[in-house]
Ligand binder design. Structure first.
Ligand code: PLP
Length: 397
């Protein structure tokens, strides 16, 4: 085996292509796909020694797998984390990140503007196990301070948030959280490792849905939890025993995705900014939301926290409610209607009737999601074709 572990002086692009690469005896150029559930031992004694922890040998792919390990090492090197545990999906990453911290009687403070399934986990699932959950307005530092004025075990938020891109001040909230004794978990899906490094800004743990930009081509589900060696060791124990481990095939797809992540995400963000500026200047669009627009309410925080781009998601609010939003979406020819995001293909979704249906009218009102809100995930097409498509669809309203 020929290990290409990340060198401390490597820049991000080099890490994305080379970190974690472990070559087999065949000296392949591209990372090998070890599609195997188990491993064989050279002797009964070697098996016994492995199980006794005296020999370092893979045992079973629910525990470890060489392809999954390459993905974990590469992503840890990109994120600047001590360690990474890969998971079967983004949701299993979020669940595991909290499950290793929480016991009955503990308290969680979380942003109320989060991915729908995460709201379910913190607000409905963990309370059944005796965990108290407090949800706060992500942009309101006073609300965070008040919620964190009593001892708390975990703090969870995503920034920018889905779908209206509300930003959380990672540094300030992490300071408040640490004073309350909490571990800070950041869902960094929208910012991506290209534009934001929450660990450098005071967070303790970063979670990803690798399904989104890390794959970026709509193929596989996957997730990751990144943090200190000790913390990630607890995640690994959970995965080994509960089972939401990443499949080696998916890990291989995601590993190759990391090689082009930086290129893809930067081009998608360029396209997103072009689309946002076009929509903002269009008379039929009431409000356009994108972090690098001058009209974005948290410009200072964007400058501090999102370096190099505003991400790949743009949101608009149309005045004509659901009826107009549907007519607009149905008239689009290049954009596909899908609840997914972070794909090479540009996608459009109506949050109120899909991703944010379950939180109800009251929850949507609190998060600012109107019936006329439309979310775009901007892909890798030529932006001229995206603008022409938006123009013809808006002309029909
Ligand atoms: C998609 C998504 C998740 C969940 O990830 P899956 O891979 O679908 O399980 C979590 N957080 C955010 C912000 C997401 O967009």
């Amino acid at each position: 085996m020929n290990d290409d572990s990340a060198q401390p002086d490597w820049h991000t692009a080099t890490r994305a292509v080379r970190a974690g690469l472990t070559r087999s005896q065949f000296d392949e150029t591209s990372e090998a796909l070890y599609l195997t559930s188990g491993y064989v031992f050279p002797s009964a004694q070697a098996a016994a020694d492995t199980f006794a922890g005296e020999l370092d040998h893979d045992v079973y792919s629910r525990y470890t797998n060489p392809t999954v390990r390459m993905f974990e090492e590469r992503l840890a090197a990109l994120e600047g984390a001590q360690a990474c545990a890969a998971t079967a999906s983004g949701m299993s990453a979020v669940f595991a990140s909290l499950a290793v911290l929480l016991e009955s009687g503990d308290r969680v403070v979380a942003s109320r503007s989060m991915f729908g399934a995460i709201i379910y986990v913190v607000n409905e699932f963990f309370p059944k196990w005796g965990v108290e959950t407090v949800l706060v307005d992500p942009t309101d530092l006073d609300a965070w301070a008040e919620a964190l004025s009593v001892p708390t075990k975990a703090v969870l938020f995503e920034t920018p948030s889905n779908p209206l891109l509300a930003m959380v001040d990672i540094e300030e909230v992490s300071a408040l959280a640490h004073a309350a004794g909490a571990t800070v978990v950041v869902d960094n899906v929208f910012a991506t490792p290209v534009f934001s490094k929450p660990l450098e800004q005071g967070a303790d743990v970063v979670v990803y849905s690798a399904t989104k930009h890390i794959d970026g081509q709509g193929r596989v589900l996957g997730g990751a939890v990144l943090g200190t060696k000790d913390y990630v060791a607890q995640i690994v124990t959970l995965l080994r025993n509960l089972g939401p481990s990443l499949s080696p095939f998916n890990a291989w797809v995601l590993l190759k995705g990391l090689e082009t992540l930086d290129l893809r995400v930067r081009r998608m963000a360029e396209n997103a900014e072009t689309v946002a500026r076009f929509l903002e200047s269009h008379p039929k669009v009431a409000t356009t939301i994108y972090p690098t627009l001058d009209s974005f309410p948290q410009r200072e925080l964007v400058a501090q926290q999102l370096t190099g781009g505003g991400g790949t998601v743009v949101a608009v609010k149309l005045d004509g409610g659901q009826e107009e939003a549907f007519r607009f979406m149905d008239a689009l020819e290049v954009f596909d209607i899908s609840n997914n995001l972070g794909d090479a293909k540009s996608l459009v979704t109506h949050p109120a009737t899909t991703t944010h249906r379950r939180i109800g009218a009251e929850g949507r009102a609190a998060a600012g999601i109107t019936d006329g809100t439309v979310r775009f995930s901007i892909g890798l097409e030529d932006s001229r074709d995206l603008l022409a498509d938006l123009e013809q669809a808006l002309a029909r309203l």
